[in-house]
Design a protein around this ligand. Structure first.
Ligand SMILES: [Zn+2]
Length: 220
C-alpha cells in the first residue's frame, strides 16, 4: 500500500513536471521574450535619437543652404501675389528632388507647397526613398500638410518659423483669424524627425516677408 501511494505521488510529480515543460515549450515560440525585448530596445533607442535630433537648435550649413532656397521660393510666391511659403524635397545625398511654393491666390486655399511635395513623393518615390528624404519649408506645416507629410512617410522635416510664431505675427498685424487651429506638427506626425524653429537672420527675413504680405492684404 505504501509503495502504491509513493508511486502515485511520484507519478503526480512526473505529470506536473511534464505538463510544465510542455507548457513552456508551447509558449516559447509566441512568448518570444527575446524578440520583443529587442524590439523594445530598438524603439527606445530610436525615440532617444528622435528626441536628440528634435532638439537641434542651431542650423548646420546644409540645412541653412536649403532653407535659403525655400526663402527664394517664398519670395517668388509673394511676388506672384501668393502667400510667402516655399518648400523643397531633398534626398539622402542632399540632392534637390522637387520644389514647390504657395499658390493659394493662383489656385485654391489648399494649394500649400508641403502637401504638393508629399503628393509628389508618393507619386515618384519608393517608400524606401521617402523614408530617407527631408522636407525643408519656410513655415511649419498646417495640420493638412502635417497629415500629408505623415502619410507620405518622409523621414525628416526642417522648418524655419513655427506655426505658433506665424499666429503671433498675424495677431500682431491684426489679421483675420485662420479658419483652422494650427496644431504643432509634432502633435500630428509620428516617427518623423522634426526640427525648428530657428532664430537668426533667416527667421527675420521670412518674418519681414510675412508682414509685407499682411500689409498687402490689408490694403486690398
Ligand atoms: Zn499647409
Amino acid at each position: 500500500m505504501r509503495k502504491f501511494v509513493l508511486f502515485l505521488v511520484l507519478s503526480a510529480i512526473g505529470f506536473f513536471t511534464n505538463a510544465q515543460n510542455n507548457a513552456t515549450k508551447a509558449v516559447k515560440p509566441f512568448g518570444g521574450s527575446e524578440k520583443s525585448e529587442t524590439v523594445q530596445t530598438n524603439a527606445t533607442k530610436n525615440n532617444t535619437e528622435l528626441k536628440l535630433n528634435n532638439a537641434q537648435k542651431e542650423l548646420n550649413e546644409t540645412d541653412k543652404k536649403f532653407l535659403e532656397k525655400c526663402i527664394e521660393l517664398a519670395r517668388e510666391a509673394y511676388k506672384a501675389g501668393d502667400d510667402p511659403f516655399g518648400s523643397i524635397l531633398v534626398d539622402e545625398n542632399n540632392n534637390i528632388l522637387a520644389t514647390a511654393r504657395n499658390r493659394v491666390n493662383e489656385k485654391t486655399a489648399m494649394a500649400h507647397p508641403e502637401i504638393e511635395l508629399a503628393q509628389w513623393a508618393l507619386d515618384n518615390l519608393t517608400r524606401e526613398e521617402r523614408r530617407k528624404a527631408t522636407m525643408y519649408t519656410t513655415g511649419e506645416h498646417c495640420p493638412m500638410c502635417s497629415g500629408a507629410h505623415g502619410f507620405s512617410e518622409i523621414h525628416r522635416l526642417v522648418f524655419l518659423s513655427s506655426a505658433k510664431q506665424l499666429s503671433a505675427w498675424q495677431k500682431e498685424a491684426n489679421m483675420p483669424e485662420a479658419p483652422i487651429n494650427f496644431i504643432p506638427s509634432r502633435d500630428i506626425i509620428k516617427n518623423v524627425q522634426i526640427v525648428g524653429p530657428f532664430e537668426g537672420e533667416l527667421l527675420e527675413e521670412i518674418k519681414k516677408l510675412q508682414f509685407a504680405t499682411f500689409n498687402r492684404e490689408k490694403s486690398k
